[in-house]
Design a protein around this ligand. Structure first.
Ligand code: 8GT
Length: 140
């Protein structure tokens, strides 16, 4: 089975990260994820992510470093989920595809029912949180 590359954004804002619930007409209905989507043929991953975030949330983001990708096999597909740390640059959030969003702090990250591929990324994020937050503050 071909592995599908998917980008996702860990968007920091005021010390929390944006987490989105997949709507009932999406694949993995009701599961929580970092917004993003599949990389199109020969598309740059960061260009893909900016495009997906605009399409899904109607905002512009600034993209920083990438965290460790997570490869996961669902019953019908294998994805390689590539997370990028980002910040909210401009625009107002409009939920064009998701059911709802929440902003979670370091200690709240496991309050939601994550899509399985995200779980290792969320652990990695929690471990690196203390290091990441000041880096983002100085970069913005
Ligand atoms: N965007 C995103 N997709 C995720 C995450 N975790 C996870 O398992 N996925 C899966 O990765 C795939 C990406 O699909 P998507 O629906 O977001 O991407 P897309 O908009 O480009 O796809 P589409 O236009 O074919 O629906 C889905 O199978 C989705 O369930 C995540 O954190 N973010």
């Amino acid at each position: 089975m071909k592995t599908i590359p998917v980008t996702c954004a860990i968007i920091f804002h005021q010390g929390k990260v944006l987490v989105a619930q997949r709507s009932l007409n999406m694949d993995l209905p009701g599961k929580w994820e970092f917004p993003g989507g599949k990389i199109e043929e020969s598309e740059d991953p960061k260009v893909c992510l900016s495009r997906e975030i605009k399409e899904e949330l109607s905002i512009e983001i600034e993209i920083f470093e990438t965290l460790k990708p997570s490869e996961f096999t669902y019953p019908t597909k294998t994805i390689r989920l590539i997370p990028f740390v980002a910040t909210w640059k401009s625009g107002e959030i409009d939920l064009l595809e998701h059911e709802q969003i929440v902003w979670l702090g370091e200690k709240e990250l496991f309050y939601v029912d994550w899509a399985e591929a995200d779980v290792p990324i969320v652990h990695d994020l929690q471990e690196k949180w203390v290091k990441l937050v000041p880096q983002i503050k100085t970069a913005t």
